[in-house]
Design a protein around this ligand. Structure first.
Ligand code: ADP
Ligand code: MG
Length: 228
């Protein structure tokens, strides 16, 4: 038992240290990015140099994403408030938020909420989970495809389904989901699904994935239901 406490304390310290380091790296990155963005608009540089500045900004954006996603998992003992979450409202705000993103890829997000349903979770974390999963669905889709999101009460659970008709995954790829830094995207962080699994576990939720290569993916997210 004592051993276990020591181990937990050690993990806590490591997590805090990692979070502090990540935080300290983020500030200089922001400064460098700011200057590069100024140079991108500076007419005294050649077009070729400006293209390089754009590449640098892109790379810094990826680094920033890795850091902020990492920060959201590196603090395991961070206190989060638990509340009754209106699934319909959160889904609405997530789809609104992702709409601009979806439109960039010319995808549409169709939202279908059958009934009012509620779960117990932290609002921000639940939203993060949905954003990560729906964003993956959009990124896997082809131009013009729709991503369909439905929510309904299924017995003791609220089930949210995210369906896409994108490139899908092989069985091995599905198994790799949630492994830190597992990504097949050139600009992916490979942290999105890991965060989703962590959040689901925290609130006794489940994430099921069905995928078929070349046909698409269905991700089912189930959280214990509560009444408003
Ligand atoms: P990232 O999106 O940064 O790559 P994720 O953890 O969110 O990291 O996803 C890991 C990988 O899982 C993705 O790179 C992609 O290959 C695969 N993936 C996730 N969702 C889908 C999906 N809906 N359709 C096809 N592949 C997916
Ligand atoms: Mg992702």
């Amino acid at each position: 038992y004592y051993e276990q406490i020591q181990q937990t304390e050690r993990l806590k310290t490591t997590g805090q240290l990692a979070a502090a380091v990540a935080h300290e790296i983020r500030n200089p990155l922001t400064v460098v990015k700011g200057f590069l963005q100024l140079y991108e608009k500076d007419t005294s540089f050649s077009d070729e140099t400006k293209r390089h500045f754009t590449l640098m900004v892109d790379e810094l954006n990826t680094a920033e994403q890795v850091i902020s996603q990492f920060l959201s998992i590196a603090k395991p003992n961070k206190e989060t408030e638990t509340e009754t979450v209106n699934v319909k409202e959160v889904l609405q705000s997530v789809t609104d938020l992702l709409h601009s993103y979806g439109l960039l890829h010319d995808n549409k997000i169709e939202l279908n909420v059958v009934e009012d349903c509620y779960i117990v979770a932290n609002n921000i974390e639940f939203k993060q989970l949905l954003i990560n999963i729906i964003k993956n669905a959009i990124e896997a889709s082809k131009i013009g495809d729709s991503v369909i999101v439905t929510a309904s009460r299924k017995g003791e659970f609220v089930e949210i389904k995210v369906v896409d008709y994108g490139h899908g995954m092989s069985e091995a790829e599905v198994k790799s989901l949630g492994t830190p830094f597992y990504s097949l995207k050139s600009k992916g962080t490979g942290l999105g699904m890991m965060i989703c699994f962590n959040i689901a576990e925290k609130y006794k939720g489940k994430i099921d994935i069905q995928s078929s290569q070349g046909e698409g993916t269905m991700i089912s997210i189930s959280f214990p239901a509560t009444i408003s």
